[in-house]
Each structure stands twice: as C-alpha cells, then as structure tokens.
Design a binder for this molecule. Structure first.
Ligand SMILES: [Zn+2]
Length: 289
C-alpha cells in the first residue's frame, strides 16, 4: 500500500484531524540516513509528525522544524510543504555507538523545538518552545499548543523488520487540533484517547477500506461525532528533497571568486552533498568561470 494523507473535521466538535500512512516515507528516510535501531523510531516519528503538519499549510507555505535534545540523538531537522514533500536529517543516525540505554537517547532535561513557517524563503512566523516530551511528534503538539495556543496532539506508530532494504514494516501518524469554538474539555478527552492502544492498533491495522478504518478510529476518539466526519485525501506524502544542482551551485557562489578559484586549485572536481537526501553534486571550474 502506498502512503496517504487524509484530512478532515469533526464539525460538531470543531476538531480538525489528519491521518497519515507513511511507510514509504519512513523507509526512504531510514535507508538514506542509515539510522540504527535506536535512532530509527525517533526519526520515523519526526518524519510522520512533519508529514502531518502539511495539512496546516496552503499554497507555497513551508514548515521547517528543528528539534534539539540533550541526549545522544542530538538534533533533528525536517521540512514539509503543502504538497506533502517531506525531507529530514538527524545529527546522530548511529546513537547505539554511544549508548545502549534508551533513557540516554533523548537525554534528561528539556530540549527545544523550533518551528519556522515560511513562504518562498520569506519567514511568515517562527517560535520556539521547550521540547519536554522527549519525542518529536509529541513536542510538535506541545509547540502548537503553547506557542501558537492552538491545542494540538499528534501520535505516531512505527514497526520495524530485520530487512536492510525495507526496514520499516508499518508507519502511521494521526493529528488532532482544536478549531475555534472547540470545547477544550472534550478536546482533552479526545487527546488522551489518541494514545490508547485501541486507537494505535487501528492506526497501523492494514485493513481496507480506508473508510471503515477511519470510522473505527473516529469512533474511538469521539463516538457521538464520528458519523458526521467530513474528510478528503490530501497529496501523497513522501520523502522528496527540493535540492538541485543549480541551488548547490548558487550556494558555492557565495564563497566568492577568490575562494572558489582556490577551491578548484585544491580539488579539480569538488563534490557537495545535500544534507537532507545525501544526493551528491560534482562541479568543475567551467561551471563557474
Ligand atoms: Zn537533497
């Protein structure tokens, strides 16, 4: 089954929801960054969290998220746009080389989560809050609830297989957000249900059709309102990087003529690697002079 994104509302509760199936997204990310078994669940959680944010964007808007944790995992970065293009990186894809203790992975104490919303390179707004939940998707929910004061909750589930080519067996995430007029007490109840085993099992239970699964999930969240849900399919999410040869060339140009000439004297064919997708770009002097 390919990846999908469903977005909708529960109109009588004034609650927005989004459901993302992201196995291919996570497989691509995990394989590109060669994340070890300790890092992979955290990285998949960040990828699914980012994919879910796409439903909050329109047109050419983009979110760039940076999570910084005090533990061995360090920092994770993710970008997402309204078309569901997600790309992400992490500073330590192999934390198992440094620790075998799960509690040292995220570290004790708070990290930070920084979210920048931009459009065509122009910052529309940005904010930062403490990442106190030690999980990227949960800390995204915390960010929107605290910084933007929009009650938001995310949950993700991923399951792995001992297959280096396709290490992610199942991966899905769900977002709920209070819209204006939402009863916050009822939202608090719904938020808790998002983390119950019954809901999480449905999230990754690959039974067709979608509609039946979605209705079952919504019935867990809000039994009286599930029947009124309105929803549609959004763009298929995927790990798709926006880097290009021309963008890399422009980045090199910022070195200035003298530095560039020096570079080509030292290395006739320098190579630049995109940190997000690890695509390599090789340049020659005639590309610049
Ligand atoms: Zn790239």
């Amino acid at each position: 089954m390919s990846d999908f994104l469903i977005r909708g509302v529960l109109p009588d509760l004034n609650v927005r929801f989004a459901w993302c199936g992201g196995r291919e997204l996570c497989n691509t990310g995990v394989v590109i960054h060669d994340t070890d078994p300790l890092a992979a669940p955290v990285f998949c959680d960040a990828l699914l969290g980012a994919a879910l944010l796409s439903v909050l964007l329109t047109g050419r808007e983009k979110y760039s998220v940076r999570w910084a944790y005090p533990g061995v995992i360090g920092s994770l970065l993710a970008d997402v746009n309204a078309r569901g293009d997600v790309r992400a990186l992490l500073t330590q894809p192999h934390p198992a080389t440094e620790t075998d203790r799960v509690e040292e992975l995220m570290g004790a104490g708070d990290g930070t989560v920084t979210v920048v919303k931009s459009e065509e390179g122009k910052v529309l707004n940005s904010g930062e809050c403490r990442a106190g939940l030690a999980l990227p998707s949960a800390d995204l929910g915390l960010f929107f609830s605290l910084s933007d004061q929009i009650e938001t909750e995310l949950t993700t589930v991923s399951r792995f297989a001992p297959d280096p080519a396709r290490p992610v067996r199942l991966a899905a995430g769900f977002l709920t957000q209070a819209l204006p007029g939402c009863d916050l007490e009822r939202f608090a109840e719904l938020r808790e249900k998002l983390h119950q085993a019954e809901f999480k099992d449905l999230l990754i239970a690959e039974r067709e059709p979608f509609e039946k699964r979605l209705k079952a999930m919504l019935r867990v969240l809000a039994p009286e309102s599930a029947g009124q849900a309105v929803y549609e399919f959004g763009p298929e999410p995927g790990f798709r990087c926006s880097c290009s040869r021309e963008a890399m060339r422009r980045a090199l140009l910022t070195l200035g003529e003298a530095e560039l000439k020096k570079l080509f004297t030292e290395q006739p064919e320098p190579e630049i690697t995109c940190n997000f997708c690890l695509q390599r770009y090789r340049f020659r002097e005639q590309d610049f002079f």
